[in-house]
Design a protein around this ligand. Sequence first.
Ligand SMILES: Nc1ncnc2c1ncn2[C@@H]1O[C@H](COP(=O)(O)OP(=O)(O)OP(=O)(O)O)[C@@H](O)[C@H]1O
Ligand SMILES: [Mg+2]
Length: 460
Amino acid sequence: MLRPRILIIDDEPNMGRSLSILLGDDGQREVVTARSGEEGLERLDDDTQVVLCDLSMPGMDGLEVLRRIRARAPEVEVILMTAYSTVQSAIEAMRLGAHEYLIKPFTNEEVSAAVESALMLARPSRRLKLRAREPDRLCELVGRSEPMQRMFRVIERAAESDATVLVTGESGTGKELIARAIHDLGPRRAGPFVAVHCAALAEQLLESELFGHERGAFTGAHKTKIGRLEQADHGTVFLDEVGEMSPAVQTKLLRALAERCFQRVGGLETIRVDLRVVAATNRNLETMIREGGFREDLFYRLNVVAVTAPPLRERPGDIRLLAELFLKEKAAELDVPPRRLSPAALLALEAYPFPGNVRELENVIERAMVFADGELLDTVDLPLGAAARPMPTFESLIGPAVQNAWPRLQELVKSLERQLLTRALSAYADHPNEEIARLLGTSRRILELRLQEFALKKKT
Ligand SMILES: Nc1ncnc2c1ncn2[C@@H]1O[C@H](COP(=O)(O)OP(=O)(O)OP(=O)(O)O)[C@@H](O)[C@H]1O
Ligand SMILES: [Mg+2]
C-alpha cells in the first residue's frame, strides 16, 4: 500500500519541521521536506501528490516552483504559503493553478483542511499516471480502439468525481467491468462494491434485496435482513439492469437516492447511507420513458454522468487484443497448453459482427480451446454464429500487408485448404472420394493425400 506523499518546501527550517509533524503525525503519510525551490523540484517524484511551498524564498521563488510543477507533473496539487500576501501574487498563484493560497500564520486546522482537499483531488490522478504506462487497459477493461480510449477517459473523469453514473450498452459490452472500474478508480475504492441484479428478482424480493426487511415484514421473513444499499455504505452500489425494475421499486429507489435514506421493508427506523450509485442497462431508457415504463425523474437522477459502452462490431481493431487476452486467460483457467489463432481465424473473427459482443468472443475462444486438438486454432475451430461470413476472400486474406508475406501466404493457403476440405467432407459425407474430388476440381489421389496430410476423415 502506497502512502500519500507530501512535499514541503520552505527555507525556514522550523516551518518544515512543524508541518511534517502536523501532517505526518498519524504515520499514514510520508512527508518529505526541502529547503529551497531547487531542492524541492529534485525531491518531487512519481509518488508526490501534494506540495506545500513557501512563496518567497531565496533563489527560485514559490511561483516559479508552481509553474515548473504544473509543467512537469500537472496532477500534483500545490498549496502556496506566504507571510507577505499581495493581491498580485495571490492572483498569479491561482492563475497558475495553485490548489490553495494560505496566509501565514495559519492554524493547524487550516493547513490540514487544505492538504486533505488537495489529497482528495490528487489521489485518483496519480493512479491515472500509473495506468498511463499501459494504455490498452483500464482496470480490467482492455481496448485500444478510439471508441474505447474515449470511453476510458470518460470513466476516469467520472470516477474521480464521485457522481452517479449510468452505463448503457448492448449485452456483453462490459458494463459490469465498467462499473467496477468506476469504483476502483474513485474516492470510495477502499469501501465495498455491491452489485444488485435487478432483473433476476421479482418485485417484492428486489425491494427487500435493496432495502432489507425487518423480521416478520412478510411471510417467510424470519430474520431481519440488511439490504444491499446498507451493505454498500461508504462504497458503491451497482444497480445492474436497472431498466427491469417495477414502477413501485423505481419510486422507492428514487426517494432513497434523493434523500440518501430509506426504511427497511416493514421497518420504521430511518437508515442513512453514504454511497455512490452506478447503474447499468442494455435497454433504451429514453424510449421506455416515452412508453411509460421508466420514471423520467429517476432517469435524470441516475444519468448524471453517462458512459456508453461501444459494441464490438464498431471496434474490430480490439478483437485481436481481446482474443489474445482470452487465449491466455482460458489456457490458465482450463489448464490446457497455450493456443494461438491462425491468420485466417483472426481475419474471420475480425470480420464477424459479434451480436453478443465481448462475451460472445470470450465464449467462442473458450469453446474453440476446449474442442480443438492442435496448438493452432483455425477458422473451422471457431464456433461462430450464423452471422459469420462463409469464407474470407483471397484479397481480404492477403490484404495490404506485405511484411512477412511469403510465410503468411503459405499459412493462409494451408488454412483455406483445410477449411475447404472440412466443408466438403461434411457436405458430401456420403459421396465417394472420387466424386468429391471431381466437385472440387482435383483428382482422387490428390484429395486423399491432402486428407491424410491434414488428418481429416469423413464423418460416418
Ligand atoms: N473491454 C473488455 N476487456 C476485457 N474483458 C471484457 C471487456 N468487455 C467485456 N469483457 C468480458 O466480457 C464478459 C461480459 O462483460 P460484462 O458482464 O461486463 O457485460 P455486460 O455489458 O454487463 O453484459 P449484460 O448486459 O449481458 O449483462 C465478461 O466476462 C467480461 O469480463
Ligand atoms: Mg451485466
